[in-house]
Design a binder for this molecule. Structure first.
Ligand SMILES: O=C([O-])[C@@H](O)[C@@H](O)[C@H](O)[C@@H](O)C(=O)[O-]
Ligand SMILES: [Mg+2]
Length: 421
């Protein structure tokens, strides 16, 4: 029997409504963007991937998509070689930047990721096994997520208030958390900080501790604090948070904080590629690394990251950005097959109201999602929804994530809060 080959690749940018969630660099725009990648084979199978959809990234995805027909979907090393060659030719191996917070020195990992996920989806569909089996087998039947809390305005300026309402005070943050816990059953909570002065964010965490005495808590100001402030916050929240995520920027800054506290430090900002691991480990900068298959080059490289953190006795958690169901499925399979991923994963999923996948396959119960047992990723595209969200992309005017520019359109004197306090 001849092996199936990739016959056609389709990259569809979509836009979905996003509330005004605040962070260190500004505020979420009214629409978040994603690209849905379809990889078709000459045997009639379809594999799915999902990734960012900033304009520059879309151009790179399209260049790789054009080069893929004829490729063997089982040849993932060859896929990476092809992505490297295409990007070298088309862009000179450019770096990539996402939303003003995440910068990578090479775009290869971020571009490779959705095609690798789609090929693994195809492999699973052909073999009749879930993707988690291709990653070594699920070690858990359900993947726990943490409820992701954000400071936010009541609605986007000029629009009606959204269903969540305002969250700028500790009481409002607790109300938001209650809604997350009641609606999704989350068993841990993360607050996105870097928005208000650290004392106010500590007060919100303490209010959460009072309201939810048993839930593990995390605070992530995305590098808004100096080393000294980070140490002060760590002293105040010792025993209250399970980890502090990126209190200060950079490996050296994190190492300086880590030397002065026993509170575990986590990162999805200073260790976001393999080359960052040796210096971070040598300097003892972080105790927990947040994996993210979109950034780290796909599911297999993220599994490798799991192995490396295990060898070095580091904790492993999982990062998220605004995403849809194809990404959620990939995250669930990866987390299920990564034995040392013992922290609840991040997800922005509760913040969205639209999706591109057929409903009810991935549902949250007790804050966790059951690992799909159907073949491949276990999710199917809803073609009508995909078409509608693509139309929304075409009409919405947003072409890249620009939290700072959007914030400045509302508050012209805004500067990102990086190392501000
Ligand atoms: O969605 C946001 O505003 C977050 O701040 C996101 O962009 C971060 O990448 C992320 O969630 C984090 O953990 O830093
Ligand atoms: Mg983070």
């Amino acid at each position: 029997m001849s092996r199936s080959r990739i016959s056609r690749v389709v990259v569809t940018p979509v836009a979905f409504g996003d509330p005004p969630l605040l962070n260190v660099v500004g505020v979420h725009q009214p629409y978040a963007l994603r690209a849905i990648v379809e990889v078709h084979t000459d045997s009639g199978l379809l594999g799915l991937g999902e990734t960012y959809a900033d304009e520059a990234h879309l151009g790179r995805l399209d260049a790789v998509a054009a080069a893929l027909p004829g490729h063997d979907p089982y040849d993932l090393n060859g896929l990476r070689r092809l992505v490297t060659e295409v990007l070298g030719r088309e862009t000179g191996g450019a770096s990539a930047s996402f939303g003003g917070m995440l910068d990578v020195s090479s775009a290869v990992d971020t571009v490779h990721s959705p095609f690798e996920v789609a090929c693994l989806d195809l492999q699973g569909r052909e073999a009749g096994v879930p993707v988690s089996d291709l990653l070594g087998g699920a070690v858990r039947e359900r993947v726990p997520f943490s409820g992701y809390l954000f400071y936010k305005w009541a609605g986007h300026p000029g629009h009606a208030d959204d269903a969540w309402g305002e969250a700028l005070t500790p009481d409002q943050v607790v109300d938001q958390a209650r809604r997350m816990v009641d609606g999704w059953g989350f068993g841990s909570l993360k607050l996105k900080g870097g928005v208000l002065p650290p004392d106010e964010e500590c007060a919100a965490i303490e209010a959460l501790r009072d309201a939810f005495p048993d839930l593990p808590l995390r605070l992530d100001p995305n590098g808004a604090w100096t080393v000294d402030t980070s140490v002060k916050v760590a002293d105040r929240l010792a025993g209250v948070v399970e980890y502090l995520e990126d209190p200060t920027p950079g490996i050296e800054g994190m190492a300086a904080v880590s030397a002065r506290t026993d509170v575990p430090l986590a990162t999805n900002m200073c260790v976001i590629a393999m080359e960052h691991l040796p210096p971070a480990i040598a300097q003892g900068a972080v105790q927990v690394v947040l994996s993210d298959h979109h950034l780290w080059g796909g599911l297999r490289k993220s599994a490798l990251l799991g192995g490396i953190t295990e060898v070095w006795g580091m904790g492993l958690s999982m990062h998220s950005n605004s995403h849809l169901g194809v990404s959620l499925a990939a995250m669930v399979h990866l987390a299920a097959a990564t034995p040392n991923l013992t922290y609840a994963c991040d997800t922005h999923y509760p913040w969205k109201t639209e999706d591109v996948i057929a409903p009810d396959v991935l549902s949250f119960e007790s804050g966790s999602v059951a690992v799909p047992t159907a073949s491949g990723l276990g999710v199917e595209l809803d073609r009508d929804a995909l078409g509608a969200l693509h139309e929304q992309y075409l009409g919405c005017g947003v072409r890249r994530r620009e939290d700072t520019a959007y914030m400045r359109s509302i508050r012209p004197d805004f500067s990102p809060h990086t190392s501000r306090w």
